[in-house]
Structure formats: structure tokens, C-alpha cells
Design a protein around this ligand. Structure first.
Ligand code: GDP
Ligand code: MG
Length: 168
């Protein structure tokens, strides 16, 4: 039986790989053009932390991030958050501070990870390792570099957050 259920919100600019990350983590698949659904998608995955079953619940938005109108309902009750930017999108990196603030406004202080996604495209990087590490330090968040495409470090993001929540 489930000891703990954790709602995790995943935010960041459009195109950074949020939907892909949720599909990868919950369904084990990666597609180049994941069809956006209308409204909010919900997926979950069960993992074990310290011998206890933990249910990770993930909501995906249908691209409303472009219009800055993610509803309060999306954030409500979230116990952890993931702030995602893309290795190849400078604006998405610069928006991380604002996403952090938005999450904080709705959820107060919750365990948060900054994810640098698309690390498979590191040769086309528009951010330096240094500035990413500095931002993570300033915002006091764990930094995890992922490739949803190559399935690198995706599970670590949720394992880290579940462990944090489990300890609270
Ligand atoms: P969202 O708008 O944040 O939900 O982003 P999507 O999940 O829709 O992804 C946007 C595009 O980036 C899609 O074409 C994905 O296939 C692609 N993508 C997502 N993750 C990765 C990754 O790790 N590496 C590469 N090369 N492409 C990715
Ligand atoms: Mg999406």
C-alpha cells in the first residue's frame, strides 16, 4: 500500500521538454512530436524510497506556459517542483528565476530541482556550466542535467524529490 503520494509540478518555458519528461518517466517512451492534449494531463509512477511505496503524481499543462496563465489549480497542493530549461534555449535559462518565484508564490518553500534538459545537445549549448551552477547556488536548488531523449538522469530528478519529501 502507498505510504506517501507526492504531487510534483513541472514548470519552464515552452519547448524545454516538460511533456517529454513526464511521458519518459511515467510511460518509458520518447517521441519527437508528442501530441498536446487540451487541458491538463495527469500521469503517475510508483517508486520505492527506503522500503516504502511512494506515488509520484505529475501534471502536464497543454502549453499554457506560453500565455503565462497556468492556473492556481495546477500548483495547488504541490509538494515539490521541477524548474526546467533547455541547453539550447537561452531565454528558457533566463526565465528560471521567474518560474521559481511563481512556484514560491503559490506553494511557499518546497523541495525544488533545477533541470538542465537536452544535455545530448551540449555541442549546441547557449549556456555555460559555470553560469548554470551559479544560478542553482543563488536559488538554493539542486541542479540535475538530463537528456529525456537519451534517458539520462530523468529518474534521479524524481527520486531526489521523493527522498526530500519523505524526510520532511
Ligand atoms: P514542453 O513544451 O516543455 O512540454 O516540451 P516538449 O516535451 O513538447 O518538447 C519539445 C521538443 O523538444 C520536442 O520536439 C521533444 O522531442 C524535444 N526534446 C525533449 N527533450 C529532449 C532532449 O532531452 N533532447 C533532445 N534532443 N530533444 C528533446
Ligand atoms: Mg508540453
Amino acid at each position: 500500500d502507498i505510504e506517501l503520494a507526492i504531487k510534483v509540478v513541472i514548470v519552464g518555458n515552452g519547448g524545454v521538454g516538460k511533456s517529454s519528461m513526464i511521458q519518459r518517466y511515467c510511460k518509458g517512451i520518447f517521441t519527437k512530436d508528442y501530441k498536446k492534449t487540451i487541458g491538463v494531463d495527469f500521469l503517475e509512477r510508483q517508486i520505492e524510497i527506503d522500503g516504502e511505496d511512494v506515488r509520484i503524481m505529475l501534471w502536464d499543462t497543454a502549453g499554457q506556459e506560453e500565455f503565462d496563465c497556468i492556473t492556481k489549480a495546477y500548483y495547488r497542493g504541490a509538494q515539490a517542483s521541477v524548474l526546467v530549461f533547455s541547453t539550447t534555449d537561452r531565454a528558457s535559462f533566463e526565465a528560471i528565476k521567474d518560474w521559481k518565484r511563481k512556484v514560491e508564490n503559490e506553494c511557499n518553500e518546497i523541495p525544488t530541482v533545477i533541470v538542465q534538459n537536452k544535455i545530448d545537445l551540449i555541442e549546441q549549448a547557449v549556456v555555460t556550466a559555470d553560469e548554470v551552477e551559479t544560478l542553482a547556488k543563488v536559488l538554493n536548488c539542486r541542479l540535475i542535467r538530463t537528456s529525456v531523449k537519451e534517458d539520462i538522469n530523468v529518474a534521479s530528478v524524481f527520486r531526489y524529490l521523493a527522498t526530500k519529501c519523505h524526510q520532511l
